[in-house]
Ligand binder design. Structure first.
Ligand code: ZN
Length: 242
């Protein structure tokens, strides 16, 4: 269920693993994504279990429809269950008792909170999000809500590592032209991308000085969902509670 928990600038956070849920293969067990072909009732059940584990009313979980872009949705309260989710790859709030959720299965989940500010955020940074700059856009949105970048604390969750994320050379060149720190070499010596290193570089460039990173690689950790390893699979979550 919750594999890594802690707090950043006073906000509780956790990353989930694949255990303790209601979904069956290939989504077993704790799939939190409702866009991957799993039974919606199982996903709802799993989200309720996540909320309970975070000691939060399930109605106070805030989700987004992630599209690999750089849009940041500012939220100030619980979501209307009848309304569509915001199409965005980052959520920012200064609201209280909300659980911001980012869903991943290899992409980089980033959780952020700022000291001496109520601003809290999550971001979803895959290859396209890194290129588009969703992480700097998230820091900018927090700044607009009163957070100083040098007081922001970021936690980067499990993601596919540079040795496992082999890509065609043209794609590697395209991304490293934007973020040189993304350059990596795969385990077999071919071009690859290190998205976590890219996110760290983007955070530092945006003025964020306090960065923790979970070293686990999704593709190498059987207890985490990995799209690269398994194709059709579930999504695990990074969640931060305000
Ligand atoms: Zn790896």
């Amino acid at each position: 269920m919750l594999r890594r928990t802690g707090s950043i600038a006073g906000a509780r956070y956790a990353f989930t693993d694949r255990y303790g849920g209601a979904s069956t293969a290939p989504y077993a067990e704790l799939n939190l994504g409702d866009h991957v072909g799993d039974d919606p009732a199982a996903v709802d059940d799993n989200r309720r279990r996540l909320a309970a584990a975070m000691d939060l009313d399930p109605a106070r979980l805030v989700l987004m429809r992630q599209v690999h872009g750089r849009a940041v949705a500012v939220v100030d309260g619980p979501q209307d269950p009848a309304a569509p989710l915001p199409e965005a790859d980052a959520l920012v709030t200064t609201g209280r008792d909300l659980g911001l959720v980012v869903l991943v299965a290899d992409c980089v989940p980033v959780l952020l909170a700022a000291r001496r500010s109520d601003a809290v955020a999550v971001a979803h940074a895959g290859r396209r999000g890194v290129e588009a700059g969703v992480v700097p856009a998230t820091v900018a949105a927090m700044q607009e809500l009163g957070a100083r970048p040098d007081r922001i604390v970021a936690v980067i969750g499990p993601a596919v590592c540079g040795r496992c994320y082999e890509v065609p050379r043209e794609l590697a060149d395209q991304v490293t032209a934007v973020v040189p720190a993304a350059a990596a070499t795969s385990a077999t010596g071919t071009p690859a991308l290190d998205l976590r290193a890219a996110v760290v570089a983007q955070l530092l460039a945006a003025g964020v000085e306090t960065i923790e990173a979970d070293p686990r690689c999704t593709a190498e950790s059987p207890d985490l969902f990995s799209h690269r390893r398994d194709g059709v699979t579930g999504r695990f979550a990074g969640v931060v509670v305000t």
